[in-house]
Write a protein that binds this ligand. Structure first.
Ligand code: C5P
Length: 247
């Protein structure tokens, strides 16, 4: 399938605490976004790579422009768009910039900068085999409980009331790239625009929107190396991975 990868890199990176967009934070001497782009291109799955950047960020824009120069003839088309105020808005901005003829789209978090090529291949292969929506996932190691809704202020970890325990064997921690046929992704994001504010903020990935359509979503094996670099501890972990991949 002719495939585009939409890279969402428009987050603020506040939780990382560097005072700059997360995609620009250095990892092994290079911005996180650069690692993500190299990984995508090396996987060979993409005819187009569309990057959603924080609006007005000249540094990351320049980085993408320089990377475009580096790409060999026959490499993917690299497109840049301004991201939106939510992750879903950033994805929609990417969708709007897809070239004609795209049949499948992989939506990928720039923050999952060290995702192995094999994960891109597993997602792409499942789409080629006929799935409409494919996500990489891993079993969870923790026991996961639900709690009564709180203010969402997790800095002051007030005692919360536990409302239940999910069966761990049925749980998966979900990563990106999440792959969709173009029609499925378009339909999902179209429907997302009808959600109210509260529902919209509860949308944390694209597959969730596809689930709302009633379309089956298939899970393939993810990778521990696909961690989403979110906190300073994640950055230390990612630096360690650069020293040598896990066995
Ligand atoms: O906030 P979260 O960690 O879920 O973000 C996941 C990815 O979505 C990150 O790569 C981030 O840059 C991206 N994002 C975006 N636009 C936003 C918010 C997040 O592209 N408005």
């Amino acid at each position: 399938l002719v495939t585009a990868v939409i890279v969402v890199a428009a987050g603020s990176g506040q939780r990382l605490g560097y005072g700059m967009p997360k995609a620009a934070v250095p990892l092994g001497g290079e911005p996180i976004l650069m690692h993500a782009l190299r990984g995508i291109v090396a996987s060979g799955v993409a005819s187009q790579v569309c990057v959603a950047l924080p609006a007005g960020d000249q540094g990351l824009r320049q980085l993408c422009d320089d990377f475009r120069e580096e790409l060999a003839d026959g490499g993917p088309l690299l497109t840049i768009v301004d991201g939106g105020s939510t992750r879903a808005d950033s994805v929609r901005a990417g969708i709007a910039a897809l070239m004609d003829g795209i049949e499948a789209v992989l939506v990928h978090d720039a923050a999952r900068a060290l995702t192995p090529e094999s994960v891109f291949h597993r997602v792409s292969d499942a789409l080629a085999a006929g799935a409409a929506a494919v996500i990489p996932a891993l079993p969870v190691v923790d026991t996961v409980k639900t709690v009564a809704a709180t203010t969402g202020d997790d800095t002051a970890f007030a005692p919360e009331v536990v409302t239940g325990t999910a069966r761990r064997e049925e749980l998966r921690a979900v990563q990106t790239p999440q792959g969709f046929t173009i029609g499925t992704l378009l339909q999902a994001h179209q429907a997302a625009q009808d959600l109210d504010q509260q529902q919209a903020t509860a949308v944390t990935d694209d597959a969730m929107l596809v689930e709302m359509l009633g379309t089956p979503v298939h899970a393939v094996r993810g990778s521990t190396q696909s961690l989403k670099i979110t906190t300073p501890l994640d950055l230390i972990f990612a630096e360690g991975l650069l020293e040598g991949p896990l066995g």
